[in-house]
Design a protein around this ligand. Sequence first.
Ligand code: FE2
Length: 560
Amino acid sequence: MQMTPITRRRFIKTVAIGTTALASAGLLTGCSRARFNHGVASGDPLSDRVVIWTRITPYQAFNGQHKILWLVATDAQCQQVVGSGMATTDASRDYTIKLDVTGLHPGQTYYYCFYSQNHRSPVGRMRTLPVGPVSEFNMAVVSCSNYPAGYFHVYGEIAARDDLHAVLHLGDYIYEYGADGYASEDATALDRVSQPATELLTLSDYRTRYAQYRSDPQLQAAHGRHSFICVWDDHEVTNDTWREGAENHNPGEGDFFARRAQALQAYYEWIPVREPEDGDRLSIYRQFSIGELLDLYMLDTRLIGRDQQLNYANYFTSSGGFDAAAFQADLTNPERTLLGLEQRQWLQQRMAQSQATWQVLGQQVLMGRMNLPAPVATQQISFSDYQQLAYLAQTNPGALSPEQLAILQAPFIPYNLDAWDGYFVEREIVLETALSLDKNLVVLAGDTHNAWANNLQTVQGVDVGVELATSSVSSPGLEAFFPAEDPDALSAGVTQIIEPLHYANLQHRGYLVARFSATECRGEYRFVNTVKSETYQLLEDYAKDIKVLPGAGNRIILDA
Ligand SMILES: [Fe+2]
């Protein structure tokens, strides 16, 4: 619909019309009274439109249709109304409402709310994207919010910020495990036990889980304050999902594609993401243009094209040796894909057409090369023991035993084959695309539960761009896998041993703000001290700012 400014009198009339509509629909009865227990949300902002969302909670079981009045206004009291209308919802979409409000002006802040009878939802704030020259654009980047693992203080911090133009959620918005599953050790003590108690398999299961997550006040506050741009990772369906299956799906759990369809239905019901134009809910990849400053490409690396993850365990021969040749052949197979050909060509074409200063990929898994010594990657030796051997090799090499020497001479191998490291050729294609087009490439990533900053290099070592990867909202990071290691030493050691890696925080939950201007991109990493208690602090000592310059200097990350 087209928005036209309307007066307060007309606003009252609009509300009255809405109430009349409710009355004429026969819904002004007790049985249809509803509250807004899950807050409001907005998402997928463009220069002229934003998706707005809410869900009603009927007081009693009521299976009919609910009519809801929505308003978009220019003031926080939602009185200077510039758009309004009626919407309906019912059990078939879990009582959620999602509307694409069009006819808005670029680069503007708007407010929105919903009415059900005399109940008004909280008022949400949202922002359209700017056009033309843009002086700055700031995006918070988050991923991996695990309800039973801890409090969502990271969302609370984001809600409190006034300098953000949008929030990027790179997936693992929910986790699919049952109440005794991954990262749930403290759930009872925190009163955050997963609902339903079982692993998510059905539409009803996924809906219940979203409803629980969205009952969280800090997550509601973040949604109400900022427009989100979301994409799923694996846990919105199930762990380590790929094109035709997942690590955490077995035949006893039914058909994988049926499960995926149910998971996606709940995702589109609950997440303020625009419905794909072609009606295919898998087609979540999409572009956001922030004027002349940057083009953001939100990608799917999970469901559309991804070949199954390689697994080192499959390359050990019957004699116990590792068949490196077979592994290398599979890893470097030119057909091997993470994006799928269609999505990859779409990305290449859009990047070629773009005139924007910055090309930004919003996607799930780490793109930077994360090769570790094989004995460390396969956990045959601890990282600190390896470092001691390396130190010995420098200071007193004659003291090394043949076994120790063999450890030090072992090749470096990717430690995470679920990331771009396991999709070797396609990563080169994406990097070569940016290189040949001479674009300023910034890749954003989540998934690992830790914070990283990488220089992205081709296999020949040519610098192409940078990767800024956010920590998790609450999921445990590498510190949980290496409890015996000092996390500060581990971060420093990993940064030293992995050449393109510039920075790592391997112990704290947090978020990243990616700030873009015509003259620089700045990554601001922020962390909280705990997600295990209701009180917490920002960790000033661990705040980290890094800077990337466009043009000739965009290959180098500087500490800001
Ligand atoms: Fe995660």
